[in-house]
Each structure stands twice: as structure tokens, then as C-alpha cells.
Write a new protein. Structure first.
Length: 253
């Protein structure tokens, strides 16, 4: 249950997103609370990734409000957004987005080089610590091409958390992974939440992952938010689109 005395980290109000004349998201209002894993889910084309990109300011909303820590980000200039938001969030991209020409050490160091003026020995210590957290101590000097799919995701996760972000975003973290590797990645995400006190936002359609990690879900359908709350409450809501989503996932197994 959400403590109403705890101020949300992210507040989204009446968000509308468009691609040209096509409305992709309509009137989305939701809060992201601290120390929770919030999963954005729904069928293909429902607007999950578009919502994520609008929250991250990769796309500018057509209308509506997005606030981080009570401050409106759509009104921030690039420097303010960098100083007040980007330095405090991490992003795990769907494909990992590692630079293939750089060893893992240098991939993980990118946010440190962009956002800090730390001496190299301190950066090296931080990099080793984060790789240890994701069980990749041995991969320090390996290239991405020398890693398995799951190891690439963990290396990308180390980069996403190298600045100790308050909020971690994950776009389809289990995509392309076998069930055992997906399970280990979910367990790692849960451990990071517990150890580093992170707030985590995950976009996924993987039912097993949703059941393992979600404290709260945001269910989208046709660009509208049909439900936000716990998974148990969603499944008991009687909302047809939610029932169809979970029943279809079960039948596909």
C-alpha cells in the first residue's frame, strides 16, 4: 500500500502524445512512488514505449505535464534537465546499446565521463564495484562480442547504475533471453532495488517477469491507461482487456 505522505518521484498529468496527427497516448495521469518497481504493460502497440520515451523526454509530449521531484521537466532547458534529472536516472535499453568497439570497462565508464570530474582511479573503483554487483567481475576487459546475451544485459545494467541513480528505467529487459537467464536478470533487478534503494520502471510484456518483480502496474490499451495499482488488484478488476491479456499469455505457454 502506498504511503500517502510520501511524495511521488514522478508525476504525470493529462499526458497526450502524438506522432504527426495520430494520437498515441491520451490523457495519461499516474504517479511513480519511491522504492517501488512499476511495470508498464499492455498488448503490442498500446503505447508502452511511447510513454517511457515521453517520461524520459526523448519525445516531447503534445500536451500535459511530467514532473520529477516536483519540478516540471517539459519547461526545463537542456542544462537544467541534465543537472536535475539525467544525473539522477539510469537507463537499460532493450538491446543493451553497448558500444561494440569498446571493452566493458569503457562502456560502463561513459556516464562517469559525461557527468563527473572524478579522477581515473576513483572511476575504476566504481566500475569494478558495479560490475561486481551484476556478477561480471571477469568481464572488465572483454568486448561486447565476447559476452552472451544475458551478460550483455548485465553489462548494460552496470552502466545504467554506475552513477547510483535514484530511478532506473528498463525497456524490455528480458527480450531475447531464455527463461533461466530472464529469471536471473529479474532477481538481479530485485536485488538492486533492495541493496541500492532504487525506484525502478520497467516496460515489458513478459508475464513471468511481471509476476516476479512488479509492485505496481500501469496497464495501457489503445493509448489509454485502463488501470494502475497492484497486479492482484488488476487481475481482480474485471476489466476485459486485462483479462484477455493475461489469459492470452497463459494460453501461449
Amino acid at each position: 500500500m502506498i504511503d500517502k505522505n510520501v511524495h511521488p518521484l514522478i508525476e504525470i498529468r493529462n499526458l497526450v502524445a502524438k506522432y504527426g496527427e495520430t494520437t498515441v497516448l491520451q490523457d495519461i495521469s499516474v504517479d511513480i512512488h519511491p522504492n517501488e518497481i512499476t511495470v508498464i504493460l499492455g498488448g503490442s502497440g498500446c503505447g508502452k514505449t511511447t510513454l517511457l520515451k515521453n517520461i524520459l523526454r526523448l519525445y516531447e509530449p503534445f500536451s500535459g505535464s511530467v514532473k520529477y521531484w516536483g519540478e516540471e521537466v517539459t519547461a526545463m532547458d537542456e542544462k537544467d534537465f541534465n543537472d536535475k534529472v539525467l544525473k539522477r536516472i539510469g537507463m537499460l535499453f532493450q538491446g543493451g546499446a553497448l558500444l561494440n568497439s569498446l571493452p566493458i570497462r569503457e562502456n560502463v565508464s561513459i556516464p562517469l565521463e559525461q557527468h563527473t570530474i572524478l579522477p581515473q582511479d576513483i572511476m575504476d573503483r566504481i566500475i569494478r564495484t558495479k560490475l561486481h554487483l551484476v556478477n561480471l567481475d571477469h568481464a572488465l576487459n572483454l568486448l561486447p562480442s565476447e559476452l552472451s546475451g544475458g551478460m550483455k544485459k548485465r553489462a548494460a545494467l552496470a552502466r545504467a547504475i554506475v552513477l547510483d541513480p535514484d530511478i532506473l528505467f528498463c525497456d524490455e529487459p528480458s527480450a531475447g533471453l531464455d527463461p533461466l537467464t530472464a529469471l536471473s536478470l529479474d532477481e538481479l533487478i530485485l536485488n538492486l532495488k533492495a541493496q541500492l534503494n532504487m525506484t525502478i520502471i520497467v516496460v515489458t510484456h513478459e508475464l513471468s517477469s511481471i509476476h516476479r518483480i512488479a509492485d505496481k502496474i500501469i496497464f495501457l490499451d489503445g493509448g489509454k491507461m485502463l488501470f494502475t495499482g497492484t497486479l492482484e488488484a488488476a487481475k481482480a478488476s474485471g476489466i476485459k482487456a486485462i483479462d484477455t491479456f493475461f489469459n492470452a499469455e497463459i494460453k501461449s505457454k
